[in-house]
Structure formats: structure tokens, C-alpha cells
Design a protein around this ligand. Structure first.
Ligand SMILES: Nc1ncnc2c1ncn2[C@@H]1O[C@H](COP(=O)(O)OP(=O)(O)OP(=O)(O)O)[C@@H](O)[C@H]1O
Ligand SMILES: [Mg+2]
Length: 639
């Protein structure tokens, strides 16, 4: 035994300084437990939107031009009417009847042309805008997915899958609603307002100024509505996210829900969350109704006042009748979109709230960042096939709790198998998660063949360090595909040979479609133990330099224990391995045993040394021996 575990001192006073502090500063990650929504940095939503639109600049410009032209065609209508009333009709009545008819026909044709042009331009605009929208949404959903995959385990511990789902469904959905309906309408409204006001000012400055003046109360109404509904909307989407989180949690844990008869309690909780969402929704509808009624009333009063004033001026010969008719038509058009503006602000509010949340998610940086200047690992050792692992003055605590591992040093020699044992909650899984770099240590460094894990490129790290856990997660796809995940280029023969080496070939061949059986469709037919065998095969095929097994044999049956031992030996050969197991028969095949207690390594030696001693492991071992005598079972699960 050349290496020993030294457990140094108690908990460190204050946060331990990492020797790695030269790296870029981490942005402070807010505590999600006192906020439902992770706050985005200022302007994150706007920056995100800009970055999404940037690649589509030419198309956006084309759409804008189409819109300008289309609105020009639409707003020419009342002008033509005014011209017909004030010029064509008098000419028709007067002595030049011939030219009057010509004028009227020309106006009619112009009107028809404008109508056709506006239709065609609108079609082109909708198509152009929809293309941009579709691509923006596609890109956004892709970004959320890629980002969620890239973020560390620590983030996922806190954020929950339900919230992630709600980001890429509800939130992307409300953005889609805005882009598909609201935004085009708003742009059309803005352009039409500018056209109309300018035309009115040109036709008759008095009417134009009166129309402008009527915007003051309307603008106040809109502003008031916007402020009130912003609050309601944010609340509504938070409430919706809570509903989705509850739903996914229940469905995800349906076995536990049914086993513990949680249905009624869940129903009540769900009804409460659903009710909260309903109330928020009701509040937003009320705001909407209040707005529509007051804005419409204001607009109608404005139209009536302006037309009345215009009529007096026509009577006083101060205003042409055609101009008044055109003004009345324009005013109608001016105020008509006010209702829609409310709708638009609605979808704008919810889309803005959604975008803010998506931007907040996308702004999260992994707490185990990729190195900016990765260091290559030296070539894998010839003799042992494994790599040396050193925990150098490492200490660790989860972000949400106390220190779990007080400072310790530990060297794992290349090619050897170490068993980690200890009571539940001792910190075994935590220690190996540092080795797999699911988390970075709070203090000290973890070295792989002398290279700090923080300096190792992510994909190289994953090739070198593989962890198999109790869950043995299977992805949708066939058994063969699931085994090949560790090495996608593996041939069918290699896959089968790996399974044979583990004694998994027989059960796989026995499946309805053998290696091509879809694990999701046959989910029920693949037992927990068989899943673990598949996970083993995956790890063996990946052939990592360092292999971690965290309770990876816990579901394998006792009668198969001999086979399991055999499979373990096969998997562990030619690499550095850390095995966490409650089953002491598994521990016996290790070169070295480490006993953990409350985050400290309290015993260290070969299995034989520890059994011969007086320590905890000796105690555990003799208890295990006794239980074997009592049950007459040659191999008894110690759990
Ligand atoms: N994600 C987490 N966030 C906060 N605390 C955690 C987290 N995971 C584990 N802990 C805490 O860290 C301590 C060590 O947990 P760990 O999972 O390492 O124990 P273990 O030795 O693997 O136990 P077991 O044998 O039950 O798997 C426990 O007190 C646990 O509550
Ligand atoms: Mg554990």
C-alpha cells in the first residue's frame, strides 16, 4: 500500500481558497428558493431577441418595406373618396360632364388598384414575417434544449424539469402568439397611425391637430392598462409554471404516488395551484374588459366631437365636404385598432414575461464551466490501463447546505479497484461525483494523471471517467443502441461480445426482438437488474480509464451473485475503479477499502487488513459472516 488517505483537520474556517482562482469570475447565481423566477441580467431579454433576429436582417427589412407599401395602398382609399366628392362629383354636375365621368372612372380604377395591391402586399408580408418567426422560434427552442443539456447537475437539482418544460412550451408558445398575431398587427397599426395623422394634417391642419390631441387620453389609458396587466401577466405565467411542475412531478413519480395513496393530497394541491392560475387569468380578463370599454368610449367621444366640429365648418364653408368625409373615415380607422392594441399589449406582456424567463435560463452559466484553455491528458498508461486520481486538499459542500466533505487528501493508484463503504449519508456518492466532475470542489483540486479536472475538456473527461449509478437510465431506442451510447461507432459484434462478457447476452437474446428490442416499448419487460446489466455493458464498451460504480449492483439478484462477481471483475479489469456497494461480497474483490463516516475517511487498507483489524469494517464484516451462518445462504445481501 503506497498511498494512504489523510483526513486533515476539521471544517475549514471560511471558504477555502481554490488554487484555481485564476479562472474567470463566476456571475453570482441567485438563490432560487426565495424567488420563483431566476432573474435575468438587465436587458437580457432584449439582447436575446436581438441575437435571434440578427441572422434574418434582410428578410426583416423586406417585410418592413412590404408593410410600408401595403399601408400606403390601404390609406389611399379615403383620399380617393375625398377627391371624388370634392372634384369628380362637381365636375359631373357642371358643364364638363364628360370630364367628370372620366375622373370618376379614374378614381374607381385607382380604388380598385389600391385594394388589389394592398391584398397582394399583405400576403407577401405575412409570408415573409412568418418565415422569420418560424426560424426564430425554432432557434429559440433549440437553444433552450442545448443550454439545458449543457448546464450542470447542480443547476438541474434546483431548477426542476417541470420548469424547464414550461420554458420551452408555455413560454416559447406565448412568444409564438406574439410573433404570429400581435407583432404584425402592431407594426401595421403604427404605420397606419403615422400615415393617417400626416394625411389629416395635410388635408386640414385643424383636423390633424384635433386627432393628435385625442391621443393624449388614449395614451394615458394604454399606459395605465399596460402597467396593471404587466403585474397580472407575470403572476399568471408563474402560476401556470407551478401547475406544470406539479403535473410533471406527479406523473414522474406515479408509482410512489399510488403506492403511498397520495392521490387525494395531490388532487387538493393541484386544485389549489390550478385555482391560483384561474384567478390570475380572471384578473387579466377583467383588466382587459375595463380597458376595452374605457378606450372605446373615449374613441367614440373623440370621433363625435371632431365630426361635429367639422360639420359646423362645412356649414360655414370653411371645410370641403369631401375632406370631412375622408376625415370621418380616417378617424374610424385611427381608433379601430385601439381594442387590438389592448389585445396586443396583452400578448406583448405575456411574451415579455416569457422572454425574460427564457433569457434568465439562458443566462445561467454552468457552475462546472468548460476550460477556456483545456489541457490534454497524457496518453493512457500502458501497463495498468487506468489513470491515477488524486484528491488534493479537497473539501466540498453543496450550494444549498453545510460542508459535506471536510478537507481531505487521497490518492487512487492507476489500475486499482477501491471500494468505498460507509453508512447512508456518509458522503460516498458526493465524493465520486467530484471525481466525475458533476460538481467542482469548494476547496482544493481533483487531479487525473496530474491534470486538474477543471482543465480537462468536457468530452475528453466523459470518455475517461464513466459513472454507473443505481438508476441505470435507459434512453428511448433499442437495447443495442443503449449499450453503444458509450461508443457510438461500435459494431454489432463488439456490442454482443460485451454483453456476453457480462453474462447479459442470454437475457437480451430472450427479448422479443433481441438486441433490436425497443426499451421504451418493452419498458415493463426489462427488470431493474437487467437495466443495470445494460448499463454495465455500456460502461464496459466505453472502456473508460476511470470507472465509478455507485450502488450499480444493488438490483442484481442474489442467485446470480456469482455471475455478478464475474461480471464485476470483467468490468473492473484494466482501469482505475471506485466501487460503492453495500454488499460486502462485492467489496472483497477490491484491492483497497476506504471506510467513510460523516464525510471523513476513517479506515483505509486491503480487505484482509481491515477484516483482521478492530475497526468499523471488521465489525461490519463479522456481522455479515454471522448473518450468513444464520441464514445458511452462501451470499447474503448486507442491506
Ligand atoms: N444535491 C444535494 N444537495 C444538497 N445536499 C446533498 C445533495 N446530495 C447529497 N446531499 C447531502 O450530502 C450528504 C452526503 O450524501 P451522499 O449522497 O454523498 O451520501 P452517500 O454516502 O452516498 O449515502 P447513500 O449510501 O445513502 O447513497 C448527505 O447529508 C446528503 O443529505
Ligand atoms: Mg449514495
Amino acid at each position: 500500500m503506497t498511498s494512504t488517505a489523510e483526513t486533515a483537520g476539521g471544517p475549514q474556517p471560511g471558504p477555502a481558497q481554490t488554487p484555481h482562482a485564476s479562472g474567470p469570475e463566476q456571475p453570482p447565481v441567485p438563490d432560487p428558493f426565495d424567488r420563483d423566477v431566476l432573474p435575468a441580467p438587465p436587458h437580457a431579454a432584449r439582447t436575446l431577441l436581438a441575437s435571434l433576429l440578427r441572422p434574418h436582417k434582410p428578410r426583416v427589412a423586406a417585410a418592413a418595406l412590404l408593410l410600408l407599401l401595403q399601408q400606403a395602398a390601404v390609406q389611399a382609399g379615403p383620399l380617393l373618396v375625398a377627391f371624388a366628392i370634392d372634384h369628380a362629383v362637381p365636375a359631373l354636375r357642371g358643364e364638363g360632364g364628360q370630364s367628370g365621368q372620366l375622373l370618376l372612372a379614374a378614381v374607381g380604377l385607382a380604388y380598385l388598384f389600391c385594394a388589389l395591391a394592398s391584398g397582394g402586399l399583405q400576403y407577401a408580408f405575412i409570408v415573409a414575417a412568418a418565415r422569420v418567426n418560424q426560424r426564430v422560434l425554432l432557434e429559440l427552442r433549440g437553444r433552450i434544449y442545448r443550454h439545458a443539456q449543457a448546464l450542470d447537475v447542480d443547476f438541474h437539482d434546483r431548477y426542476t424539469s417541470g420548469r424547464l418544460i414550461s420554458r420551452s412550451t408555455t413560454d416559447v408558445g406565448s412568444l409564438r402568439e406574439l410573433l404570429d398575431e400581435g407583432l404584425q398587427e402592431l407594426l401595421a397599426v403604427i404605420v397606419s397611425v403615422v400615415y393617417i395623422v400626416v394625411t389629416l394634417l395635410w388635408l386640414d391642419p385643424g383636423l390633424g391637430i384635433a386627432a393628435l390631441a385625442s391621443f393624449v387620453p388614449l395614451a394615458l389609458l394604454v399606459r395605465n392598462f399596460q402597467q396593471r396587466s404587466a403585474r397580472v401577466y407575470r403572476g399568471r405565467s408563474t402560476a401556470m409554471a407551478a401547475v406544470i411542475v406539479k403535473f410533471t412531478e406527479t406523473v414522474g413519480g406515479i408509482r410512489a404516488v399510488q403506492a403511498f395513496r397520495r392521490e387525494r393530497a395531490n388532487d387538493e394541491e393541484f386544485a389549489r395551484l390550478n385555482g391560483r392560475h384561474l384567478k390570475m387569468n380572471g384578473d387579466s380578463l377583467l383588466e382587459m374588459a375595463r380597458y376595452v370599454v374605457t378606450s372605446r368610449l373615449t374613441a367614440n367621444i373623440a370621433v363625435a366631437a371632431i365630426v361635429l366640429w367639422g360639420a359646423y365648418r362645412v356649414a360655414a364653408q370653411d371645410l370641403a365636404l369631401g375632406v370631412l368625409a375622408a376625415a370621418a373615415l380616417y378617424l374610424r380607422r385611427l381608433y379601430e385598432p385601439i381594442d387590438h392594441l389592448g389585445m396586443f399589449l396583452n400578448s406583448y406582456q405575456s411574451a415579455a414575461a416569457s422572454l425574460e424567463k427564457i433569457a434568465g435560463l439562458l443566462a445561467q452559466r454552468p457552475s462546472v464551466p468548460e476550460p477556456s484553455a483545456p489541457r490534454a491528458l497524457p496518453p493512457r498508461g500502458e501497463g495498468s490501463g487506468g489513470r491515477e486520481v488524486v484528491f488534493d486538499s479537497v473539501s466540498f459542500g453543496y450550494r444549498t447546505g453545510d460542508e459535506v466533505l471536510p478537507r481531505f487528501g487521497l490518492t487512487l493508484r492507476a489500475g486499482r479497484t477501491v471500494a468505498l463503504v460507509g453508512a447512508t449519508g456518509a458522503g460516498k456518492s458526493t465524493l465520486v461525483k467530484l471525481l466525475a466532475r458533476f460538481y467542482d470542489p469548494t476547496g482544493g483540486r481533483v487531479l487525473l494523471d496530474g491534470v486538474d479536472l477543471r482543465d480537462v475538456d468536457g468530452s475528453q473527461l466523459r470518455r475517461n471517467v464513466v459513472m454507473v449509478t443505481q438508476e441505470a437510465f435507459l434512453f428511448s431506442g433499442t437495447v443495442a443502441e443503449n449499450i453503444a451510447i458509450g461508443r457510438p461507432d461500435a459494431t454489432r459484434t463488439e456490442i454482443e461480445n460485451t454483453a456476453k462478457a457480462l453474462g447479459a447476452h442470454d437475457f437480451i437474446s430472450g427479448l422479443p426482438e433481441g438486441y433490436d428490442t425497443d426499451v421504451r416499448k418493452r419498458g415493463g419487460r426489462i427488470s431493474a437488474g437487467q437495466r443495470q446489466l445494460v448499463a454495465f455493458a455500456r460502461a464496459l464498451l466505453a472502456d473508460p480509464a476511470v470507472l465509478i460504480l455507485d450502488e450499480a449492483t444493488s438490483s442484481l439478484d442474489i442467485p446470480g451473485e456469482q455471475a455478478v462477481q464475474q461480471a464485476m471483475m470483467t468490468v473492473l479489469r484494466g482501469r482505475t475503479a471506485v466501487v460503492i456497494a453495500h454488499r460486502l461480497s462485492t467489496v472483497e474483490i477490491a484491492d483497497r477499502v476506504l471506510v467513510m463516516e460523516d464525510g471523513r475517511l476513517v479506515e483505509d487498507g486491503t480487505p484482509a487488513q481491515l477484516i483482521a483489524g478492530e475497526g468499523r469494517f471488521a465489525g461490519l464484516h463479522s456481522a455479515w459472516r454471522e448473518s450468513l451462518v444464520q441464514t445458511h445462504a452462501p451470499h447474503h445481501d448486507q442491506r
